[in-house]
Ligand binder design. Structure first.
Ligand code: GLU
Length: 440
């Protein structure tokens, strides 16, 4: 295991100007630079947030079912712990890199601050195609992750959770493995666990529900009328499905959904429950029943379809310089982390398309993770109604404050959300006192 603190600038006192480049992290940092221009951020906060605090990389050794040994590259980044223990999911994906993990940890730092959680930001990842592993291989890999990072994580240090291609079952294995290592039941070390291992009610649909709460709360300001509004979702995973079904129940027309194998579009709408039934039996959204004439289209075509709202879920960079000009939606609602590149943002802003940013729109997941952590620490468990009403109590003020900054500073919603987060992180940094900066 090596400790790979990422060096991104040869002289940390003089960060290089950030330009749009191929690097995901550089692109993510551009948002910080942009927000800092609106707020007279002191140099210390800007400097502190320009670099990840610490990143650990490991090779996970896994005995495969056929007896062979395989090594998987894995990382965990604690981007910034100014506001509390670092928090963020673990992603299993064949294309995960350390740089992506750092960018995702950066977003978590700002996301937790936008919704005012007592957490900093972190993220983990394993370069693996989990669909190619057997159940037992997946379990061995997940336990190997918990062992490799057992000294890096902890309920007061860094608290993982699910992300793309990880779920409650995996969190349960990791929590158990961690407990065995430290010799104590420590459910608060990880969130998104199965209910029977200390998971919270309402965590499973929290990301989609949080998005739904934000969209419905901003509805009047965005000029949306449920019965007259349509939404297309890029992706149909956990967050997209739950957001779609809640909006559908309130009268929104779901006109398009997609998965890695293709997309479907129907201007007359579709019932997301039936689409999910179809996906569960066939493994894809293609061919799912819709209300009128279903069109099978490509994912690229779905980005450019006729709809009022476009909600990119799943992975990064789905809306970029090449397709942003063709977006017809009035509102982009980011259920994924980093689905819009900064280059696309410029084009969308020019076209007057509003982007409700990821760090607000998909924060519901980490909010209920915070509830789970709090319940584990108290040893007292809440009802589902409690979880739902407390989620609303957190999401609505975050949406209101972001909106107010957007209006006051005449800036886009993304910059407004970053300004809000930056203000909060900066305050905490100063409250620590200047000596803290020099403590090693
Ligand atoms: N992976 C989710 C996110 O990107 C949830 C993180 C968490 O619950 O800690 O926000």
């Amino acid at each position: 295991m090596e400790n790979t603190e990422q060096q991104l600038s040869p002289n940390p006192k003089a960060p290089a100007p950030i330009v749009e480049g191929p690097s995901l992290f550089e692109r993510a940092r551009r948002r910080l630079q942009h927000a800092a221009e609106y707020l007279h951020v002191d140099a210390d906060a800007y400097e502190k947030l320009s670099y990840p605090q610490e990143t650990l990389s490991a090779r996970l050794m896994v005995r495969m079912d056929d007896g062979s040994l395989r090594l998987f590259a894995a990382w965990r980044c604690r981007y910034d712990d100014t506001r509390g223990p670092t928090k963020g999911g673990i992603r299993y994906h064949p294309s995960v890199t350390m740089e992506e993990v750092i960018a995702l940890a950066f977003w978590m730092t700002f996301k937790c601050a936008v919704v005012d959680l007592p957490f900093g930001g972190g993220k983990g990842g394993v370069s693996v195609d989990p669909t190619a592993l057997s159940h037992t291989e997946l379990e061995r890999l997940s336990r190997a992750y918990a062992r490799a990072f057992s000294r890096f994580i902890g309920p007061d240090r860094d608290i993982p959770a699910p992300d793309v291609y990880t779920n409650s079952m995996i969190m349960g294995w990791m929590a158990h493995e961690y407990g065995v290592i430290v010799g104590e039941q420590t459910p608060a070390v990880i969130t998104g666990k199965p209910i029977v291992l200390g998971g919270s009610l309402g965590r499973d649909d929290a990301t989609g529900r949080g998005g739904y709460v934000v969209l419905r709360h901003l509805e009047k300001r965005l000029g949306l009328v449920p019965e007259k509004s349509s939404i297309a979702l890029l992706g149909f995973g956990n967050a997209s499905y739950h957001c779609a079904r809640l909006l559908h129940d309130d009268g929104y027309r779901i006109v398009g959904v997609s998965d890695s194998q293709g997309a479907i579009y129907d201007p007359d709408g579709m019932d997301p429950y039936r689409v999910m039934e179809h996906k569960s039996t066939t493994g894809q959204v293609a061919g799912a029943p819709t209300n009128g004439n279903r069109k099978e289209i490509t994912n690229d075509e779905l980005v450019e379809c006729e709809c009022d709202n476009l909600a990119p879920g799943a992975l990064e960079n789905q809306i970029h310089r090449e397709n942003a000009a063709n977006v017809k939606a009035r509102i982009i609602f980011e259920l994924a982390n980093g689905p819009t590149t900064p280059g696309a943002d410029d084009i969308l802003n020019e076209k007057g398309i509003m982007v409700i940013p990821d760090i607000l729109a998909n924060a519901g997941g980490v909010v209920v993770s915070y509830f789970e952590w709090a319940q584990n620490r108290a040893g007292y468990y809440w009802t589902l109604d409690d979880v739902h009403s407390r989620l609303i109590q957190i999401m609505r003020p975050a949406a209101d404050l972001t909106w107010e900054i957007h209006q006051d500073k005449k800036t886009d919603m993304r910059t407004a959300a970053y300004v809000l987060a930056l203000q909060r992180i900066s305050e905490s940094l100063h409250a620590r006192g200047t000596r803290a900066y020099f403590r090693t």
